[in-house]
Each structure stands twice: as structure tokens, then as C-alpha cells.
Design a protein around this ligand. Structure first.
Ligand SMILES: *Cc1c(COP(=O)(O)O)cnc(C)c1O
Length: 498
């Protein structure tokens, strides 16, 4: 023991080893048997409150072994497992096992990656992680940036940098009062809801968002985009940025990024890409065409905790010219701050974004990138896409399913009772209701977890495969599960109507 002080928080070495190994054993068993468990138990908040009890904060401390065993038990028996091979809801991936070990290691050393002097090696590792992420998706390794908590924060971090770069220079001191013309931003109507929060948070207001319609493939209509920018300029607004989506959250569509890039160049606008979900697929050589234009982005948001399989939380903002981050988030001029004797000036991450004290998120991403390698990601992401296409094809062939869309690793489809062809509005409404209650049933049932998408007014089931445990067999099995539950639900609803 390195210290003589007796505190209730210390754990002696022998005990730490014993309970630590027990925990590792339990986690190893959990990973090994996850597919035998239900995806979720579907228990209600009230049931769960009863299980954990309603007692007040303990007055006296308890044995570590006892409380850790209890917590392990609670988590393994009452959680929803996004690492389950039949979990396809929203965009939440199976976590990489090495990420769990990395978080343990990071928490043990606990570097504060806000300042270089507090986290010398961690800062260098984060820098390298950011560079590798840029290389992985195929943009210049000179992009700079930082890790944040997720896609929302990654987009916010870029949004404020864009506002600082394009709004009147006095905005940092004077605030929005200095802005004579309404600042406007452009994105497709499929853009994730972070944009609403950003417009509120950074003072533009949600009326500043120009929601551009999409074409038949769910991509932003770039002609309407350009017309809208022109109309705003004529109306004395000041357009500042366009947001392209690389993998929209509902259907996985990737905007025509090259087209957006040239519009941004023509009108001197900041080009941001929200690639929180989809941009890792740019690693696949066959998809080069789909992602053409990303090299022109002024900023990119991506989420290692989605398709790169990092455990929550890990998002990343990449900025082509990282000085924009310093200009936005550092309170001192760049040149004065860190004149070190080193050939490379120290990077203090608190000057790159919103956080001051920062955890070592980069470690889990850095280690996973090394374990898997570029080729490993090409393989895994490619397989996820192939499984999604298989799901779409099986739905397409099935007489009681209608396949709707398939992009990247997202398939949407719906259940339609045999020989049921909706002709009237009422029948279309019924199908929407049927699929909604089918989804609720499936989400509670624990056999498979899907989410929903509304595509051209149709309520669809949506499967997003960012799951390295999923196999062909799982896809075939869920088709049977969905049809089976769909029939039951249809019969149930019919009886209710009668
Ligand atoms: C998931 C997602 C977000 C939000 O990311 P969080 O990590 O949940 O904050 C933003 N945009 C897109 C396109 C996404 O898929």
C-alpha cells in the first residue's frame, strides 16, 4: 500500500485483484452468452424501482464485493442489450470489447485531457486518433479536431465555429445584436434534430433554418438549395452555412455532397457534413462515388460510438482549418498562448471546444482502430451493408412484407396482411396503426429490437445494422418473428374493430 492514510474509498491491492478478476470473469461470460438473453426484459420503470428499492442514501459504507456483485447482476439481468445480435434500433452499435477494457484503463489513470500539461501522453493519443479518423474516411490528415460526447456535440462544436467564421467579426464581443442581417443555415428536411437545438443555442433561432426538400431518393434537392440561397440574399439575409448529411438518420441517404460543395464555394458558405452515422462507410472503396465531395468539407461530425463500435460516449468534430476552433473557443490570441521551446506547440484541448475538464475518450477509439485496422473496418462495415440488403431482399420477396428503402446499413419495410392492398385513406391509416403497434410489441417482446421511420407518410419498421454480432441467420430469423407478430397484431386489431 503506497499510503498510510485510511479512507473508506481505498481498495487494497489483494481485494482489488479479487473483485476485479470476478468482474472480468462476469463480463467475459456476458459477452459470450449475450445472444441467449432477451434483447430487453421489457420491465416497466415501476418494476425496476421495486427491484433497486426506494431506500435513502446509505449512511454507512458497504462492502465493495457485495455492491459490485449486485450491480453486475442488475445490469446483466435488467438491461436492454444493444450488443445483442438482434438489436437494430436507432443507431446504437454493439460496443467493442476492447473499448470496455480501455475505459477501465483510462479511468484508472484519469488524465484530464483539457490541458496538455495535465495529460501529456493522452493529448498526443487524442491527436493521433483524430488524424486516424480523418485518414479512415479519406479526408486530409491535416484536419484537426477533438473527441466529444457524441453526434449532437460534434455538430454543435462545428456549428459555432462556422458562425464565428462567417458572421460579422464583432459577434464574439457584441453577440447577435451586432448582426444586421438574419443569419441563415441550410439543410435537408431529413436533418437530425440537433440542428434545432443548435439554432436555439447559438442565437440564430429556428426560423433561420431553411429546410430544403428532398428528391425521390431522400437527398437534398440541390437546385432548391441554390434557389433558396439566392432568394435569401435578395431578401437581405446572410447565408452562413450548408449542412450536408452523409447517412440520414431515417433511411441512410447520403446527400449529393459534391454538388453542395460547389454551391458553398460559389456563395462563400461554410460546408459542414453531418456524418454522425454514415461517414465511416467512406472507408469502402466501392462507395467512393457516394461520398464524393467530403474532402471539401470545412467541418465534419462523426460518431465513433456508432459505426466504429466504440462504447458510448464518443463523437468527433473534424475541421479542415483547426484555427477556426481556436478562434471560436480560445479566449486568447493563438500566437501568444503557448510559445513553448518545442518544435510543435502544445495543444490544449479546452481551446478546441466546449469542455474544460475532459475525460480520455480517445483511448477506446485509438485502441479499437488499432485492433481492427482499416481493412477490418472495410470488412465489418461492408458486411453490415450486405446484411441490410439481405433484409431488404427477404422483405421484398415475402408476401406479407413490403420493402421500402435500403441505403448504407438501414432498411425500412412494413408489414401488410396477406391480400391487403390499401386503396382508401382509411386503409392506409390502418396500416400505419398496425405497424406502429407491431413495433411497440416487438420492442417490448425481447426477441428483436427495431425502430421506426416515416417514409412518404408510411409508418415503417426500420433496421439499422451497426452490429458486428449480427449474422445471416439473425436476419432470416427476424423475418419470421416480424411476420408472426404481424399476423397476431392484425388479428388482435381486427377483433377489436368488430
Ligand atoms: C445519431 C445522429 C446524430 C446525433 O448523435 P448523438 O451521438 O446521438 O448525439 C446526429 N446526426 C445524425 C445523422 C445521426 O445519425
Amino acid at each position: 500500500m503506497a499510503t498510510n492514510r485510511e479512507t473508506p474509498i481505498q481498495i487494497r491491492k489483494e481485494e482489488f485483484k479479487k473483485i476485479g478478476y470476478q468482474l472480468i470473469d462476469a463480463v467475459a461470460d456476458f459477452f459470450d452468452t449475450i445472444e441467449e438473453k432477451p434483447v430487453t426484459t421489457g420491465e416497466s420503470p415501476r418494476q425496476l424501482q421495486t427491484i433497486i428499492g426506494t431506500q435513502s442514501i446509505p449512511e454507512e459504507g458497504k462492502s465493495v464485493e457485495e455492491i459490485l456483485t449486485k450491480a453486475t447482476d442488475l445490469l446483466f439481468n435488467h438491461s436492454l442489450f444493444n450488443g445483442h445480435p438482434k438489436f437494430f434500433g436507432y443507431i446504437t452499435s454493439s460496443p467493442a470489447p476492447i473499448g470496455a477494457l480501455a475505459d477501465l484503463l483510462a479511468a484508472a489513470v484519469n488524465p484530464n485531457v483539457g490541458a496538455n500539461s495535465l495529460s501529456p501522453i493522452a493529448t498526443e493519443i487524442e491527436k493521433q486518433t483524430v488524424k486516424w479518423l480523418a485518414e479512415l474516411i479519406g479526408v486530409s490528415p491535416n484536419y484537426g479536431g477533438l473527441l466529444v460526447s457524441g453526434g449532437n456535440m460534434a455538430n454543435f462544436t462545428a456549428f459555432l465555429a462556422a458562425r464565428t467564421a462567417k458572421a460579422p467579426k464583432t459577434i464574439k464581443e457584441e453577440g447577435m445584436a451586432t448582426v444586421a442581417q438574419q443569419l441563415t443555415v441550410y439543410c435537408s428536411k431529413t436533418t437530425h434534430t440537433w440542428i434545432d437545438k443548435a439554432a436555439v443555442l447559438f442565437g440564430l433561432g429556428t426560423n433561420a433554418i431553411r429546410w430544403i426538400p428532398t428528391d425521390s431518393q431522400n437527398k437534398m434537392d440541390n437546385n432548391v438549395l441554390e434557389q433558396t440561397i439566392k432568394a435569401d440574399l435578395a431578401n437581405e439575409c446572410q447565408p452562413i452555412m450548408v449542412i450536408g448529411t452523409a447517412g440520414d438518420v431515417s433511411t441512410g441517404a447520403v446527400d449529393n455532397l459534391k454538388g453542395i460543395a460547389s454551391i458553398c464555394q460559389a456563395y462563400d458558405l461554410w460546408f459542414h457534413i453531418d456524418g454522425a452515422y454514415g461517414i465511416p462507410a467512406a472507408v469502402i472503396p466501392e462507395l467512393n462515388d457516394v461520398f464524393e465531395g467530403i474532402q471539401a468539407a470545412d467541418s465534419i461530425a462523426l460518431d465513433p460510438h456508432k459505426w466504429l463500435y466504440s462504447p458510448l460516449e464518443a463523437g468527433c468534430t473534424l475541421v479542415k482549418n483547426p484555427n477556426h476552433l481556436l478562434e471560436t473557443y480560445s479566449s486568447h490570441p493563438v500566437y501568444y498562448n503557448f510559445s513553448t521551446t518545442d518544435e510543435v506547440p502544445a495543444l490544449n484541448y479546452y481551446e478546441y471546444g466546449f469542455q474544460n475538464s475532459r475525460g480520455f475518450r480517445a483511448l477506446k477509439v485509438w485502441l479499437t482502430l488499432q485492433q481492427v485496422g482499416q481493412r477490418g473496418y472495410i470488412k465489418m462495415i461492408g458486411e453490415d451493408i450486405a446484411l441490410s440488403k439481405l433484409l431488404f431482399d427477404l422483405a421484398n420477396k415475402h408476401s406479407e412484407l413490403e420493402a421500402i428503402t435500403q441505403n448504407l446499413s438501414i432498411a425500412t419495410f412494413r408489414y401488410i396482411p396477406l391480400d391487403y392492398r390499401p386503396a382508401t385513406e382509411e386503409e392506409t391509416d390502418y396500416l400505419n396503426r398496425l405497424n406502429e403497434s407491431l413495433l411497440n410489441e416487438l420492442q417490448q417482446g425481447g426477441q428483436v429490437f427495431l425502430s421506426n421511420a416515416i417514409v412518404n407518410g408510411a409508418y415503417c419498421l426500420r433496421a439499422c445494422i451497426v452490429n458486428f454480432r449480427t449474422s445471416k441467420k439473425d436476419i432470416e430469423e427476424i423475418i419470421a418473428i416480424i411476420v408472426d407478430e404481424g399476423r397476431k397484431k392484425h388479428n388482435q386489431l381486427l377483433t377489436k374493430i368488430d
